[in-house]
Design a protein around this ligand. Structure first.
Ligand SMILES: *[C@@H]1O[C@H](CO)[C@@H](O)[C@H](O)[C@H]1NC(C)=O
Ligand SMILES: *[C@@H]1O[C@H](CO)[C@@H](O)[C@H](O)[C@H]1NC(C)=O
Length: 208
């Protein structure tokens, strides 16, 4: 009888251990070197946030893609971004991010508003990009964090989504998700080589 109880208790203990998260194993920062696997075009699949203000900002984003590519400076990467907003408006532009160790610092000018972002990338599924983005106020204080999972094709297997959710839990995000659509904004660089001019055209159209 006692032996059976011990066996049952041991089984419970090992179940408990299995369901606990091994965050050290799940969350490994990506070292951003020149052979970085982060380059290329990425489509946002899901985003999370840790502050309500950030939730409302992300809520307006229907779809989003970015293209990361090297610049002429080893420590600077180019970030071309394109967001489709809920009212079916496309915004796009080019930003640069400076790499220092495992962190990137970027300044985005979106619709005339400047925002500052510290980015960190983590190991993730094959053909996926996992980035944690801390939005900074002009005085350098944090406004909160986003967690973004991008894939090459915009979709994700459910097993990979489950792993992402565990990683998010390790990074202390509450389980609320904003899933993005794959209805992407067309790349304006293909028709117009001046990103800034393109942005202007977009806002002119929306005012008309
Ligand atoms: C898209 O990419 C994700 C992440 O690598 C993968 O799980 C999924 O199977 C891919 N889907 C298609 C249709 O290729
Ligand atoms: C690019 O945009 C500018 C400014 O809106 C415009 O004057 C120019 O004609 C465009 N070029 C092309 C190739 O569409």
């Amino acid at each position: 009888m006692a032996a059976q109880l011990v066996v049952a208790l041991l089984a419970l203990v090992s179940l408990g251990a299995a369901s606990e998260l091994d965050c050290k194993e799940l969350v490994k920062p990506l070292v951003l070197d020149t052979h970085s696997p982060i380059y290329g075009k990425w489509v946002l699949h899901v985003g999370m946030w840790d502050e309500p203000d950030l939730k409302s900002d992300l809520g307006t984003v229907k779809s989003s893609w970015v293209e990361l590519y090297p610049s002429s400076h080893a420590e600077v990467i180019n970030v071309y971004w394109a967001d489709r907003l809920n009212e079916d408006k496309c915004l796009q532009g080019l930003a640069t991010a400076t790499i220092s160790g495992i962190t990137t610092h970027a300044t985005f000018v979106i619709n005339g508003h400047t925002s500052y972002h510290d980015g960190k990338y983590y190991e993730t599924c094959e053909a996926c990009l996992l980035s944690e983005d801390t939005t900074l106020l002009p005085d350098g204080k944090s406004k909160g964090r986003y967690l973004f999972l991008y894939t090459r094709n915009g979709t994700l297997e459910s097993t990979e989504l489950e792993k992402f959710k565990k990683q998010a839990e390790c990074l202390k995000f509450s389980p609320e998700y904003h899933f993005a659509s794959t209805d992407l904004c067309p790349d304006d660089r293909e028709t117009n080589t001046t990103a800034a001019a393109t942005e202007k055209t977009e806002s002119d159209q929306s005012e008309a």
